[in-house]
Design a protein around this ligand. Structure first.
Ligand SMILES: [Ca+2]
Ligand SMILES: [Ca+2]
Length: 241
């Protein structure tokens, strides 16, 4: 079984977003639950003891920050950092690289615009690249299940202009991007009322915009998805196979 399908299998078991699976591919981490091959003591060295500044040890500050703000252990973060530096010696992932990884994952469809939006949602400091910290936070947010954390991320994905509200046009934009990722034969088996990007957006918007004020705040979005299984399904794309 190739890496892609192994990851798809794991992603559906663990309700991991394809975005997280893409990140696992990036760091060549076979699956989220794999035991780490190296012992903790061999991985964690104090930054000051480093003989070579380029030896790829994560800084204590970033490590502490990520331990505090994600579910990952020190050992996991350190191993991801080592892999990250191997894959990405510059320490930054560009939008083009990110799109290329997505395209590998979705070979039968066009994931380009979705990848662009995902990249934008992870690039929290808007500098056009993803650094290690943004990368680990992204992995953390997308690899949890139906939790507020993942829904906060989903909200930021839909809030294209980052103004704190989602409008119907933004829902249309993201539904359009999601739709391009769905292979043709899967589209044929979708329910009548969600088999185009417009219908999907309409259906989703009806669930969210209850007071009809034309915009949805983060809290309304998260509550809407928690209250409605259909909304949870429609905001994301889980490949069928
Ligand atoms: Ca950035
Ligand atoms: Ca917005």
């Amino acid at each position: 079984m190739d890496l892609k399908f192994r990851l798809l299998r794991h992603s559906s078991e663990l309700h991991v977003d394809p975005a997280a699976a893409v990140f696992y591919i990036y760091c060549l981490k076979p699956c989220p639950t794999d035991a780490l091959p190296l012992s903790r003591s061999s991985l964690v060295r104090p930054a000051a003891a480093m003989g070579n500044a380029k030896s790829g040890v994560v800084s204590k500050e970033i490590l502490e920050d990520l331990k505090l703000n994600t579910k990952f252990s020190e050992t996991e973060i350190v191993q991801w950092y080592e892999n990250f530096k191997k894959q990405c010696p510059s320490g930054r992932i560009s939008q083009e690289e990110f799109q290329a990884i997505y395209s590998k994952f979705f070979q039968e469809s066009d994931a380009k615009s979705y990848a662009q939006h995902v990249f934008r949602s992870f690039d929290t400091n808007d500098d056009g690249t993803l650094d290690f910290k943004e990368y680990i936070i992204a992995l953390h947010m997308t690899s949890t299940g139906k939790t507020n954390r993942k829904l906060e991320w989903a909200f930021s994905l839909f809030d294209v202009d980052k103004n704190g509200y989602i409008t119907k046009n933004e829902v249309k934009e993201i539904c359009g991007a999601i739709f391009k990722m769905i292979p043709k034969e899967e589209i044929n088996s979708l329910p009548q009322d969600e088999n185009t990007a417009e219908k999907r957006a309409d259906k989703l918007w009806k669930i969210f915009d209850k007071p009809n004020d034309g915009r949805v705040a983060e809290g309304e979005f998260i509550q809407g998805v928690l209250d409605d299984e259909t909304a949870l399904r429609l905001i994301q794309y889980q490949p069928m196979k």
